[in-house]
Design a protein around this ligand. Structure first.
Ligand code: SF4
Ligand code: SF4
Length: 376
């Protein structure tokens, strides 16, 4: 008999709370959410820049609320919610996105992951250690509460990539310097995933982000909630709906190669509710996939020098800075791992493209939509 890994997909047309709760409960049950009774559960939403909910950058507060309510309804002892987005420090509270309010009103404890993190060795990275939240020792179950979004570097932000937000603050940007190519970054993310070991994932795809994700794209109504006990299977279903071949996503390939998935072939993913193949959005605005990156990486392998990888990465499309839209906040300068940016005397950004590694962190944190990605 064929082995099946279920991904439950259900309709949810609006962020009206009753409808969201019904959809979240149905998807979680159909995807066989683990027993949370008497357990401490950590929910990891995607907060990124803590933007206003209608921008579709963050997991919506309504989906998070529904998950908190469901966990308590199923007997969870305590629900914790946390993230460590972008350049924020230990005192960060996500008020702009409505996440902080959802936690307060639903009785969940907000944890900022940058407070006293613990170093963990990341497998498959030649000794990299990353700071992860100290609450990992206190909790029984981790659930990724993701947002359906495109991603300039990784093509799609799924429930596995969402876990990168568990790495404390600016340590995230140094990972881009160490692993500048898509394949290298996917290797690091897969190692991180193997340490965090989330037991379940749910995705807010009611309004997704298409185009220049994960922060500067456009909201796109999809009207869906996805859930799975295998986050990699959920992400494969997301890729199908977006119109990608899931195996063309470097992170999914890496998870499969490292046997970090419950499935080996795409037809081992089953759909107890709606089938992802019936939901393909043919005009979804995807990130153009770079074939040469894949080819070069298959040739040079993980041991090839970082110098050549960086040189190769610099052939990717450049971030472009619009001086009229720029408000001179300096967030892009602060996060830039390549030290490629500075503010001039008029508080406008000056970029050194020889130093830029095309990680697009600047694009993710800009609050003024002043950074676009060059069209090839
Ligand atoms: S300029 Fe932007 S894309 Fe280039 S290295 Fe800095 S943060 Fe990354
Ligand atoms: S480009 Fe954006 S992030 Fe950078 S200084 Fe200007 S407004 Fe701030």
């Amino acid at each position: 008999m064929m082995h099946h890994v279920p991904v439950a997909i259900t309709r949810c047309e609006t962020y009206e709370m009753e409808e969201v709760f019904r959809a979240v409960e149905l998807a979680c049950d159909a995807a066989s959410i683990p027993d949370v009774s008497g357990k401490r559960v950590l929910l990891k939403p995607n907060i990124l820049s803590d933007a206003a909910p209608e921008k579709a950058i963050t997991t919506r507060g309504e989906v998070l609320r529904a998950m908190i309510r469901l966990m308590y309804a199923k007997g969870a002892k305590q629900v914790l919610v946390g993230d460590s987005p972008g350049i924020h420090g230990p005192s960060f509270v996500p008020k702009g996105s409505g996440i902080a309010q959802a936690c307060k009103e639903e009785g969940a404890r907000w944890c900022e992951f940058a407070r006293d993190p613990v170093m963990h060795r990341i497998p498959g990275t030649y000794g990299l250690k990353l700071p992860l939240p100290n609450v990992m020792d206190e909790i029984d179950i981790i659930i990724s509460v993701a947002k359906m979004k495109t991603h300039q570097l990784m093509y799609a932000t799924g429930s596995v990539k969402n876990l990168f937000g568990m790495v404390s603050g600016l340590h995230k940007s140094s990972c881009h310097m160490l692993y500048p190519t898509r394949e290298g970054f996917a290797r690091m993310l897969a190692g991180l995933y193997s340490v965090i070991k989330p037991q379940f994932a749910i995705m807010d795809a009611i309004v997704a982000m298409e185009g220049a994700g994960p922060a500067a794209g456009n909201p796109r109504h999809m009207g869906l909630i996805l859930a799975s006990a295998d986050p990699s299977a959920l992400d494969a279903a997301q890729s199908i709906i977006m119109g990608y071949d899931p195996l063309s996503i470097p992170l999914t390939r890496e998870l499969l190669d490292r046997r970090l998935t419950e499935w080996r072939r795409i037809d081992e993913i089953s759909y107890p509710l709606l089938d992802a193949h019936d939901l393909i959005c043919t005009d979804f605005e995807r990130i153009v996939q770079q074939k040469r990156t894949k080819l070069l990486n298959s040739l040079i392998g993980p041991l090839f020098t970082r110098y050549f990888k960086l040189r190769h990465q610099r052939k990717e499309p450049r971030p472009l800075f619009d001086p009229d839209a720029c408000i001179g906040c300096g967030k892009c300068v602060k996060i830039c791992p390549g030290k490629a940016l500075k503010l001039d005397s008029n508080h406008k950004v000056v970029a050194d493209y020889d130093a830029c590694i095309r990680c697009y962190c600047c694009h993710e944190v800009c609050p003024a939509d002043a950074i676009s990605i060059e069209k090839e």
